[in-house]
Design a protein around this ligand. Structure first.
Ligand code: IMP
Length: 191
């Protein structure tokens, strides 16, 4: 099996990617903890490519990275690539988002996830994107998930991300869609 280094320090993300790529024929492993890559890109795709590329070069292995966040229509796509840096905790970030939106009745939003795989020389072998449309509620609902999940409502399911089981969230979420797309492309990858 070919080794695929996951460009994250987060064991939760490693487990999630292992679930998506279970039958893909790749052996996933975490990046070395001392290896840090700054997310300086202006788009999710740029950040995913940057992280995959730099980790591939530093470890001389194939590497995979993803980058994701929330784009709110009425805020011109903010917080976008700054989603993780929008506050100091999930509660802070949600409070700031609801405060900023106020009574605005334009509540449309989308979660976006970009994923990229880089070859050991840093060149990008594959990219995938997943988008999930929804609406920002006026108050949180549900106890599951993480991040902005309790205020992100998906009309087709009549549930927020925080009210979904992880199976349902995986099937409709931006990350689930990005990885489904990545899996389809994997057999055609140029080694
Ligand atoms: P990153 O992809 O690890 O850089 O994280 C992006 C940030 O976007 C996270 O810290 C969350 O705040 C937010 N985010 C990304 N995906 C989700 C999700 O599925 N639910 C809730 N928040 C998310």
């Amino acid at each position: 099996m070919t080794l695929l280094v996951v460009a994250t320090g987060n064991p939760g993300k490693l487990r999630e990617m292992q679930a998506y790529l279970a039958d893909s024929g790749w052996e996933l492993t975490l990046k070395p903890p001392e290896l840090d890559v700054e997310e300086t890109g202006e788009t999710f795709a740029e950040n995913a490519c940057l992280k995959a590329s730099q980790v591939a070069i530093a470890t001389n292995n194939w590497a995979i990275a993803d980058d994701s966040g929330l784009e709110v229509d009425a805020l011109n796509g903010a917080p976008g690539v700054y989603s993780a840096r929008y506050g100091n905790s999930d509660a802070d970030r949600i409070a700031r988002l609801l405060r900023t939106l106020g009574n605005n009745n334009q509540r449309g939003a989308q979660f976006v996830c970009a994923a990229a795989i880089a070859r050991p020389d840093g060149t990008i072998a594959l990219q995938a994107l997943g988008v999930c449309r929804g609406e920002i509620l006026n108050a949180p609902r549900g106890n599951g998930g993480f991040g902005y999940d309790p205020v992100f409502y998906v009309p087709e399911q009549n549930l927020t991300f925080a009210e979904m089981t992880s199976e349902v969230k995986r099937s409709v979420s931006h990350r689930g869609k990005a990885f489904a797309n990545l899996l389809q492309q994997l057999p055609h990858i140029e080694m």
